[in-house]
Write a protein that binds this ligand. Structure first.
Ligand code: BT5
Length: 249
């Protein structure tokens, strides 16, 4: 598969987010890094992202702008729609950033921001489990993790998925840059795994902060939770949402 000059496909790296971060002053917005051999992948809040060699697509894009919580939601939406289109199967999004298939996590997104010589920057990293078998997945000891192959019996190849995510990101990010998240809310709601379900909001150390029904996605991408007493708005990055009856529900 041919990539244009903006896509840096590397044989192996610690983290594709770190690969871009260490070159941030020299690189333009719209530069990508991808690998299937990531040795120290990062999740949110200091957690780790496990990448089975050659079987998980790890992909990051650098944008020269302030990091925006809704950008994570937009990338989640892009990944969900790409996987849906490439497999013809149902994928959903657990707010804010987990892509699910058959109620298990197949992809996660990490947004990091900072300031470089040219001003603010944002790096969005995507991990997508594509080709892992049941054996590889059980080694991770993550009961809620799956791959496209494991759940659907479909083999999607990393370069094809990377190319499609890049194309769709560029089209959608152009709109996001000028109009924000509002134009995407309807599409986001259509693939939401949370809406209408009971959820609890957890602090980073697992303490339950709020419990209620996920009732809406606001125009800025916040998750609206209806509790018995009140309405609570949750904005990206600050919490984890875990369905009470299962991972995505
Ligand atoms: C995420 O964090 O899901 C964000 C993952 C982002 C990974 C990409 S890969 C390319 C780029 N470079 C990086 O270094 N990172 C990004 P979070 O919501 O915090 O979820 C992390 C949790 O997901 C872990 O604590 C595990 O429970 C679980 N997990 C780890 N690896 C997984 C995998 N391969 N599949 C499914 N779940 C996984």
């Amino acid at each position: 598969m041919e990539f244009d000059k903006w896509m840096n496909w590397v044989q192996e790296t610690d983290s594709t987010n770190e690969w871009l971060k260490s070159r941030v002053d020299k690189m333009d917005g719209g530069t990508w890094c991808a690998t299937t051999n990531q040795t120290a992948g990062k999740g949110r809040l200091g957690r780790e992202w496990l990448c089975a060699r050659g079987e998980c697509l790890c992909l990051s894009v650098l944008e020269k702008c302030e990091a925006h919580p809704a950008a994570t939601l937009l990338m989640g939406l892009v990944v969900t729609e790409v996987l849906k289109k490439m497999t013809g199967k149902e994928f959903t999004l657990k707010w804010p950033n987990d892509v699910l298939v058959l109620d298990k996590k197949v992809s996660g997104i990490l947004c990091e921001g900072g300031v470089c010589e040219t001003g603010p920057y944002m790096i969005l990293g995507v991990g997508v489990n594509l080709l892992q078998t049941g054996a590889t997945l059980s080694e991770t000891k993550l009961p809620f993790a799956t791959s496209v192959r494991r759940s659907l019996g479909i083999s999607l190849y990393p370069d094809a998925v990377a190319k499609e995510i890049k194309n769709q990101w560029e089209i959608n990010y152009d709109v996001f840059r000028t109009e924000g998240f509002a134009p995407f809310v309807k599409r986001y709601k259509a693939v939401s795994a949370n809406l209408g379900k009971e959820v609890c909001v957890l602090s980073p150390d697992g303490e339950e902060l709020v419990r209620g029904t996920a009732s809406d996605i606001a125009m800025d991408g916040s998750l609206v939770i209806q509790t018995e007493a009140d309405e609570y708005r949750c904005s990206g990055g600050e919490v984890s949402i875990r369905g009470i009856y299962g991972y995505g529900s």
